[in-house]
Design a protein around this ligand. Sequence first.
Ligand code: PLP
Length: 661
Amino acid sequence: MPGLIRQAFRFRVGLPVPAVTLGPVVTRGKIVELRPPVTADAAEWSRLVRPERDRLEARWPASELDWAARTSEAAWRDRCADFRRLARDGVVLPFLITVDGLIAGELRLDRIDRERGSAEVQVWISRAHEGASITAGALRLLVHHGFGERELRRLTAPIPAGDRAAATLFGRAGFRREGMLRGYRPNTDYELWSLLAADRPDEADSDLPIVSTVDVPGSGRGFERSSALQRRLHELVPGGAHTYARGSDQYPEDMAPILVRGEGCRVWDADGNCFIEYGMGLRSVTLGHGYRPVLDAVHKALADGVNFSRPTGLEVSAAEDFLSLVPGADMVKFAKNGSDATTAAIRLARAATGRDMIAVCDQPFFSADDWFIGAVEMNSGVPDAIRNQTVRFQFNDLDSLKLRFAESGGQIACVVMEAATALAEPEPGFLEGVRALCDAHGSLLVFDEMITGFRWSASGAQTVYGVRPDLSCWGKAMGNGFPISALAGRRELMELGGLNTESPRVFLLSTTHGPETVSLAAFRAVVRAYADGDPIGVMERRGALLADGVNTAARELGVEEFVAAIGRPSCMVFTTRDPDGRPSQPFRTLFMQELLRRGVLGQSFVISAAHTVADVEHTVWATREALKVYRRALEDGGVERFLDGRPVAPALRSLASPRQL
Ligand SMILES: Cc1ncc(COP(=O)(O)O)c(C=O)c1O
C-alpha cells in the first residue's frame, strides 16, 4: 500500500529566509501542516494560539522554558527574531504544527550540520495531540523534507528517558534507540534516537511506520451498520435514497456505505470505514468536503439569519459575482436545483418564441421535470402530450439537428444541450453550427453548464468554446455542495420574468428558498476560491495522474481493453467490459466491489481539487489490486465466482428489477 504522505512546497519569494510550508497530511480526518514561524508575526501567533491556549501543554521540551513562557506574545516576538536569525544561518529549520489551521505545537530541525548531513529533531506538541497520529503525520513530513529537500543523511532525536509516548512516536517513524545521552539537559536523563536516510521506511511498501491505520482507506470494518441503515432507508424513502444515482442499486449488494461525514476527498461511513471518494456529491463538490473558506462564509451567513421578507445585499453581490464570471449573460436568477434552472429556461424559451417543442441533445440528464423525464426510460406518469413535445438530436451531428428543425414545422422553441461532456468534446464548428441553426430557425440556444461550470472553467463551457448561448443553466459546484443553481441569459429574455416588460409576464423561478443567504454566501466563497487559486488546474493535473496510473496498471495486467479511465481529467469515468468487449454491469459491479474493499468509493473517477497525489496513488494501488481480481474473472468468462450479490443496474430504468427489493 502506498504511504499517505504528501508534500507541497510553497516558497514565498522575497522573504529573508525561504519559507516552506510542508503538507498537508490528512490524519484522523484533520489537516496537519508544518508552517514556518519565520513568517508569522506576533499578532498572527497570538491569533492562532490564543483560542487553543488552555489546551496547550508542552511535551518533550527542547528548552528549560515552559510552554506559557514560550507562548506569550512578547516571548514569541523575540523567538521569531531568533528563529529568523538561526534559520538564515541555516542552523535551524523551525515549523509550527497546525491542525486544521490552529497551532498545535512546534517541530524543528535543529543543529543542522550540512557537512555531516545531520540534524536534531525537536518536537513540542500540545497534550491534546500528544502521541497521536497527528504528531506522527507532522514528523513524517519533516523527515521527508530533511532527507529529501535538505539532503540530510542522519536525524537524531533526544527523548526524555522512559517517555513511552515519545519513544512510540519516534519508533513508528523508523528511529532506533542508540543509547543514553548524558548531560543533555540538567535534571533529566535523555535517550538518543536516530534515523539514517538509508534506513528510512519505504513508503511504497508500508504505511505502518508513521500513519495510524485508523485513517487508511479501506472497508475492513465491514458494512453491517450501513446495511441496517440502508434497509431502514428503504422502508422510509422510496428507492432508499433521495437521488436515484445515489441508490443502493448503484452499488454492490450489502456494500453500499451510509456516510456520516466527509473531509477533503475522504468520507467515513456508519461502520467507521474511511474511503477516498470519487464523484463528489454528483459532481457538486470541487473544493473538497468541509472546505474551510466556504464554511467560514457559511457560518457568518448563518449567524446573521438565512431567510427574510425582502432581498438581502448578498443577492446584489452574488449576482455581481456571477455576471462578472459569465460575460455572455446580462442577468441572473438564483434557485436551488439544476432542474429548476433548466425548466425555467424551457418556460422562458416557450414564452419568448410562442412555440412548444424542445430539441434536447442525447446527453445523459437535464432535469427532473416532465419535459425531460418524458424522454427517458423511467417515464411513467408523464403524459404523452408532454413527451411528444421533446425531440432528441445527436451531439456532434448537425444533420440530426437540421432534421429535427425540418420535421418540427418551425415549432422548436429552444435547443438544450451541454456544450461538452467528459467523454465528448465538440468537433470544430459544431457549436457554431448549432448556434447558426438556432438563429436561422428563430429558436433559442440553451447551454446546460451544470457540470461544465466550475469544472471546465469558472466561466463555463461557453467561455472555453467561445459560443454564446441565449440562456445558460448552472448548479452543482457553484456552492461546493451547498444547494444553489442559476439561470442566466440575455436581458431581453430574462426581463420577461421581470418588471421591465410590456409582454405577458413569465413566472420565472420564484421560490421561498431561492435567495437563502447560506448558499449565496457559499457561492461567493467558491468564486473567491477560484479567483485566488486554480482548482480546475489541480483537478486536471490530479485527474491526468490518476488516468495515467489506472491505465498503466490495466496495461501491465493485460486488461487495458476491458478497463480504462477515460474522459476529461477533471471529470473522468471508468469503463468496464466483459470478455467479449461489451460494456458490462456485472463487471462494473465487480470492479466497484474490489475498489470499495480497498477504500475507494466511486461510481466514476470524478475528482476534486482536494484529492492529493497520495490519494491518487492509493486509488491507483487499489485499482491495480482490483484489476488482478477482474483479470481472473475475465479468464473465468464471468464474475460469478468473484461477485457477492446482484450486479448494479442503470439508475433510470423502467422497472425495479433486476434490483427489486
Ligand atoms: C447536466 C445536468 N443538468 C441538470 C441536472 C439537474 O440538476 P439537479 O439534480 O440539481 O436538479 C443534472 C443533474 O445531475 C445534470 O447532470
